[in-house]
Design a protein around this ligand. Structure first.
Ligand SMILES: C[C@@](CO)(OP(=O)(O)O)[C@H](O)COP(=O)(O)OP(=O)(O)OC[C@H]1O[C@@H](n2ccc(N)nc2=O)[C@H](O)[C@@H]1O
Ligand SMILES: Nc1ncnc2c1ncn2[C@@H]1O[C@H](COP(=O)(O)OP(=O)(O)O)[C@@H](O)[C@H]1O
Length: 305
């Protein structure tokens, strides 16, 4: 029996890349990746409500500038709705509101989280019951990071990042997250990678060491093998990120890392208490410092009516 839902709220997490191996660009311009995605407890909430018309609204915290988001109709949520409706041959309808907490253009896949959450929420209010494989395929059309936002947890990403498979991760890892006031464009960082490494191998470097360290559940072992091929290009574009990483490691973080293409930096800590003390030290120079743990669930329903 079908139970009609008139409104649903879906929560989707930010990601960091514990390993980001990048190869030379493919003929289509995308870079082949071997990445280990990791979902952390910093989330956007997307509510879809049945309505005749269509509209997307964004509730932004004071530190996100509305000008950093695309104009009406061009949000990734609009694209998600259009693709899902086209897949089923139906008309787009409803009101979608996004409560953002994930930094914009921060290297934490906030837009991808919103797209994944919108797919799950609209699938429910439109009563579509789209199979998981179809949702993952639609997600991949929206962006390389979107399939992972559906999956969550910790997962191996290959292809251009859109092919995801869960990996066992029984640890709880504690992170200090330091967003930046200014975003960094993902394509610009990939272009800078190409300029700095014109002889990059076609095959990205593998994640075996990272996966082995995850299995130990020991943050010291994980700290030794965190790896991001976009870190040097990001720091070359934004030298302040290198200074921030040095400072975080100087106040005791096990390891600092640029998150994806940046500019958010994340710091692995031993425990929740350790993360709070590293965060307190970094707060002296940075207006916003967060503590988050991972892995957490991908896009999931938190409320419906
Ligand atoms: C770098 C990463 C690491 O997880 O994340 P962010 O730091 O942006 O969050 C991802 O590869 C970002 O994925 P996503 O933001 O979904 O990128 P897409 O929308 O698919 O592509 C945006 C642009 O990034 C570049 N791009 C993206 C993925 C890839 N494997 N190779 C690329 O060269 C291309 O220039 C592309 O036009
Ligand atoms: N709902 C959304 N939230 C955030 N950014 C969005 C959204 N829709 C479209 N965008 C655009 O997508 C781009 C990438 O945003 P985001 O996913 O936050 O960054 P990143 O790829 O660095 O993790 C930004 O330029 C932003 O304007």
């Amino acid at each position: 029996m079908s139970t009609l839902t008139s409104a649903v709220t879906v929560r989707a997490p930010a990601k960091i890349n514990l390993h980001l191996g990048v190869g030379a660009p493919r003929p289509d311009g995308f870079h082949p990746l071997t990445t280990v995605y990791h979902a952390v407890g910093l989330c956007d909430d997307v509510t879809a409500t049945l309505a005749d018309g269509w509209g997307v609204s964004m509730a932004l915290p004071h530190w996100i500038d509305a000008d950093d988001l695309p104009a009406d109709g061009e949000n990734i949520v609009d694209r998600a709705a259009t693709l899902l409706a086209a897949h089923h041959g139906i008309r787009v309808s409803g009101l979608v509101s996004v409560v953002k907490a994930i930094p914009v253009a921060g290297g934490m896949a906030g837009g991808s989280a919103d797209a994944a959450a919108a797919l799950v929420a609209l699938d429910r209010v439109w009563d579509l019951r789209t199979p998981d494989e179809d949702l993952l395929a639609i997600a991949a059309q929206l962006g390389s990071d979107v399939p992972f936002a559906l999956l969550g947890g910790t997962a191996l990403g290959t292809g251009r990042g859109e092919l995801v498979e869960p990996v066992a991760d029984h640890g709880t890892w504690w992170w200090v997250v330091v967003p930046s006031q200014e975003g960094l464009s993902t394509p610009a960082v990939y272009r800078h990678f190409d300029a700095m490494f014109p002889d990059a191998a076609p095959e990205p470097c593998g994640a075996d060491a990272l996966l082995a360290a995850l299995a130990t559940r020991d943050p010291h072992r994980l700290a030794d093998v965190l790896h991001n091929d976009l870190q040097l290009p990001a720091i070359d574009l934004r030298p302040d990120l290198g200074e921030l990483i040095d400072r975080g490691q100087g106040v005791g973080a096990l390891r600092g890392l640029v998150s994806g293409s940046g500019p958010t930096c994340v710091f692995l800590c031993e425990s929740a208490d350790h993360a709070r003390s590293v965060a307190a030290a970094l707060e002296q120079d940075h207006p916003r410092v967060l503590v988050a743990n991972g892995p957490v669930a991908g896009a999931h329903l938190v409320e419906y009516a």
